[in-house]
Design a binder for this molecule. Structure first.
Ligand SMILES: [Zn+2]
Ligand SMILES: [Zn+2]
Length: 70
């Protein structure tokens, strides 16, 4: 696996889009890994604070409604 920018060995893949990123190119971004409804019907999220991020893709903070799928 190689970095999508510089073609050297990647240290990991972007949590959001799956591209390989090397140590110089990766960034950090909080990632929501789960959403659930807590007490009092309050939605809560479980967030990974330092998820590996390629710095290029644009992860959305919340699920996007896609009515056109239906
Ligand atoms: Zn990405
Ligand atoms: Zn790179």
């Amino acid at each position: 696996m190689v970095c999508y920018k510089c073609n050297i060995t990647a240290v990991g893949v972007c949590k959001f889009c799956g591209r390989g990123v090397c140590h110089d190119c990766h960034s950090k971004m909080p990632a929501i890994v789960a959403v659930y409804v807590g007490e009092n019907q309050t939605p809560k999220t479980i967030v990974v604070a330092d998820a590996l991020w390629c710095g290029q893709c644009k992860p959305q903070p919340e699920p996007i409604p896609m009515p056109e799928i239906y």
